[in-house]
Every structure is written in C-alpha cells, then in structure tokens.
Design a binder for this molecule. Sequence first.
Ligand code: UD1
Ligand code: CA
Length: 453
Amino acid sequence: MNLDVVILAAGQGTRMRSALPKVLHKLAGKPLVAHVIDTARQLSPRAVHTVVGHGAGQVQEALADRQVEWVLQAEQLGTGHAVAQALPAIADDATLLVLYGDVPLVTGNTLTRLVAAANTGALAILTVELDDPTGYGRIVREAGDVRAIVEHKDAAPEQLAIREVNTGILAAPARLMKQWLPRLSANNAQGEYYLTDVVGLAVADGVVVIAQQAASVWEVQGVNNRLQLAELERQHQRQIAERLMTEGATLIDPARIDVRGTLTTGRDVVIDVNCVFEGTVELGDNVTIGAGCVIRDAVIEANSVIEPLTLIDRAHVGANAQVGPFARLRPGTQLERGAKVGNFVETKQAIVGEGSKINHLSYVGDASIGAGTNIGAGTITCNYDGVNKYRTEIGDNVFIGSNSALVAPVTIGAGATVGAGSVITGDVPAEQLAIARGRQRNISGWQRPAKKS
Ligand code: UD1
Ligand code: CA
C-alpha cells in the first residue's frame, strides 16, 4: 500500500532559546529532523512531506539534499491544522503516517508495525506509559478500548491520573484523515486544532482505533530544551555503544564514545575513551584506537594502531600501520601496509608506501613516498609557492635527513639520500647523496667575548 509520511516541524521551539530552529539542532551530528526523515525512508514511502513554519527557509536550506516535499504552515494553529496543510498532496488510497521533527529516535520497526495496523483500515496511534505523564495527552479507554485522547490542559482530575499517554505519532488511511481533519474545532483550552481529536471522530464513525505501545520510552521522547537534547544524545550513544560491543568491539568506557555517523568494527577492535567518529568509519580486525582520537570518513585496516590524540579525516590507513600520538592525517592521505606516522606529523594528499616512516614533526603534502623510505624529523614538503601547489615524488628506500625542506615540484629517486638540514630545490637521482646546506667551518683559538665591566 502507498505510504505518505507527514513530519511536523513548524514549531518555534521557544525553550531551546536559540536562533536556530529547534529541528535543526543536532543529535549525533545530524539535525533532529534529518533523523526523522532518514528513519521514515526505511519504510519506502511515496513521499515525505515536511511541514515547516518558524525558520522555514533555514530548515529547507539545511535539508536541501534530503529530497522532501515542503509544506508551509504559515501560522501554527495546532497539530491537526499542520497535518491538514499536507493533505492536498496526498492521494486518498494512501496510508498516512504522522511524525514529529523533534522526536528523533523513533525506530523503523515501531513505525512499520504502526503502518501495518493502519493498513487494515484502522486509526493506529503510538502510546507509551510514563511514570510522570504531566503535559501529555492522556489515552482514555472504556472497557479496554480507546475512546479519546484528552490533552493535559483539558483533562478532568480523574483523567490526569492516566499514565498511558499519546506520543503524537499516528497512522491512518488518508481517506479517513481527509474526512476528519476538516471537522476539527479549536474549541479547547489552547484554542488549537488538535490532531488528537481524530480519535474521538474515529470512535464516532465506528473506525477501529488501535493503540500500540512504543518499545521504549526514549524512542518517543521529544526534544523541548537543551537538557532533553543532551539526555537523548547520551541515550542514542549508549545504544550505539551497546551495538558495537555486541558486534565484538571493546569499548574501554561505553559512556565515553561519540559516533556521529556510521562506525563499523571488525573483531577485537579496542577503542579507548573520548574518541569521536564522524561520517563513515570502518575499523578492521584488531585495530586499536587510543584515547581522544577524532576520526572522520576513514578506513583503518586490520592490526593498525592509532595512538592517542590523533586526527584522521578522509584518509585510508592500511594494515599493520601505526599512527600518532598527536598525528593529523588530512584528506587524501593513504598509508600503505606497515607505514608509520608519528607525533606532530601532518599529511595531506599523500601516499606513504609500505613500511615507510615519518616519525616526528613533519608536513608531508601533495606527495607520494615509495616503500621502505625514512623521512627524518622536521622534514617539510614545500608544496605551495603562495599561488600554486606542486607535488613531491619520493622513491623507495630513500633516506631524508632531519630538518630538510623539499621544495616542490621535486623528485627524489629510489635509494637516494638527502643530508640533514638540506633545502632541496632540484631533483635527486637514484642512489645519490644530496647535501644542500652551508658547509661547516671550524675556527681554532676562538675566544668568546668577555662581559663588559
Ligand atoms: C502533542 C499532542 C499530545 C502528545 C504530545 C507528545 C496534540 C494536540 N497533542 O502535544 O497529545 O502527548 O504532543 O509530545 O497533538 N507543530 C506544528 N504546527 C503546529 C503545532 C505543532 O508543526 O501548528 C509541531 C510542533 O513543532 C511540535 C509538534 O508539532 O514539534 C507537537 O506540537 P506541540 O504543540 O508541542 O504539541 P504538544 O502540546 O506537545
Ligand atoms: Ca511537545
């Protein structure tokens, strides 16, 4: 059956106290509403209609790549009014699923169950039991059957005691929603068109109302302020940490990892505390990540060791490599098997060949280095003349002495040696020694100046 999803995201989110619309605040590095859109996509809907109002332009711009249908709700007259704005774009024979841009962690499984219930012709609402139901719409039942949802502000004292509440998420045949929404009235404590009133209309029309319980409280939790956002972030990270551990990774402290994207791990991966993973990161078997690393869009192959406080961004680390501590691999870095990049080394658009080493205090950019080469401490590839960038090509088994400057474009042939402290401005043929520095003079009988009295 065709599915149309409507995501409500028009509210201001006053309690965030922010210039940014609430639904653009990030959870795990991704806007709240983007989580909802991505989850909705798991159900292969015909379209995802996103209702925007406050900060509409900002929201549309931030989600330009998400391919949603935008619906403008110029005035926020209530959740029922918001859904009604999307109705003209929805076919009668579709099932309609209503989600919220500020409820980011609802799962595809829960939604699939809810939509399946609505596909039988019923109104399916997602509910949850809370110890403290304050503020939520209460699920009013008679003889077990759902009769209505009553908002907190409209509830009678005995209804306030009900702990089963409305999550807001619901699904129903679009045909029925098109009959019900125009019949809503704003005759209530908040003067709003309540989406929740469709439950009473369904009951009156003899349509079955199915209440499904959410699998957990956190998956239906909304974000109203930054405290709740931080709580959901931790909850979400906890889930990710549990999955990683279940899949065979050791997390030294599962409370101190942040995954903002997709992290996949092989067997016996060990991740020390306070690491951040962004984008798509793949760690092979037996990879060890030291404390405090930030790794984005990278592949790290088996048995490699990333020492503490290393930054890796859009780079590929081959097997059995060693990186850090305090290393920075920038985009386009590719370390071959067994390569070593040590402390205070920065690489960019650089291929480091098998078993080659850049152990200390270097900048290697726009360069390729063969196998078995040693780049001495403090070596700099001078790749930039202030206008253009040039490449440095270094062959196999080269030895670059410490504190050398390689002024690109320049090629160092296989087996060549560069004396320490050289400024290399011309190519060095294979197997030769290049020394480009001031020659040492020793002066005998030299007297240091005496202090003037
Ligand atoms: C709503 C439900 C309540 C439920 C609660 C769960 C109604 C009438 N009540 O109450 O039963 O327990 O959610 O959190 O539906 N929005 C718009 N346009 C509008 C109004 C709201 O886009 O005109 C969006 C808001 O941005 C927000 C969401 O809809 O993300 C919910 O609106 P809100 O006013 O917060 O509803 P609640 O009072 O929380
Ligand atoms: Ca709310």
